[in-house]
Design a protein around this ligand. Structure first.
Ligand SMILES: C[S@@+](CC[C@H](N)C(=O)[O-])C[C@H]1O[C@@H](n2cnc3c(N)ncnc32)[C@H](O)[C@@H]1O
Length: 207
């Protein structure tokens, strides 16, 4: 495996020292995406909140320090589960957060548990957008919201580490698959042409 593929793989499924390093770099580079995701979520203390693909648990830790919500998180990487659990040990020990191995496509959570779900830079790695969005629809309460923060296809195309293993979707594709899964969908630019939050709302019953 070449160096660029190795680095790309560390963003897909961070493992060992390379994974810890990649997620540390991510935390520095993606501050604007984290801030926008937090702002769009408009968390209230009564919300149950799900982070899909939490990486080293940086954003979960920040949100749990600010809001008295009930937090859940799933990630496919055992090493990230260990890192995020260590970082968030106070919140986990206090019963405010539950982290587990799982995926966007199979969270392992019960139907209708979640008010607000979010993910930052994981949708490129899902087996399909449809599989992830239909699972997220299942775990959301009616009226629940999912914020999917991504880099654009154009931005990903410019990066040397994303040549393989990344599904690079046009923003229209995120909208189309959301509508197919009965979400109402809006887009909020973070940096026009480069980064966006896609906001999916599960309609209220009868709404
Ligand atoms: C680029 S990192 C982003 C980490 C974190 N969201 C952040 O922004 O700091 C991608 C993360 O998604 C996880 N991941 C990859 N595929 C996934 C899937 N299908 N479902 C859930 N998590 C996944 C990886 O293990 C990794 O921790």
């Amino acid at each position: 495996m070449g160096l660029m593929s190795y680095i790309g793989e560390q963003f897909h499924k961070p493992t060992g020292f390379g994974g810890r390093l990649a997620t540390f770099v991510m935390n520095k580079q993606n501050w604007r995406q984290y801030a926008e995701t937090e702002s769009v979520l408009e968390l209230r203390d009564t919300d149950s909140v799900l982070d899909i693909g939490f990486g080293n648990g940086y954003l979960l830790n920040r949100l749990a320090g600010r809001y008295n919500c009930r937090f859940y998180g799933v990630d496919i990487s055992p090493d990230m589960l260990a890192a995020a659990s260590h970082r968030n040990r106070k919140h986990i020990g206090g019963g405010k957060m539950t982290l587990s191995l799982g995926s966007a496509e199979q969270t392992g959570l019960p139907d209708g548990l979640i008010d607000k779900a979010y993910t930052v830079n994981t949708a490129y790695f899902w087996s399909s957008l449809d599989a992830g969005l239909s699972e997220i629809w299942r775990v959301l309460k009616p009226g629940g919201v999912f914020v999917n923060t991504v880099y654009s296809k154009a931005m990903l195309d410019d990066l040397p580490v994303t040549k393989s293993g990344y599904a690079k979707y046009e923003i229209d594709e995120y909208l189309k698959v959301g509508a197919h899964n009965e979400f109402s969908v809006k887009v909020r630019p973070i940096v026009e042409g480069r980064s966006y939050s896609i906001i999916y709302t599960k309609q209220e019953i009868g709404g």
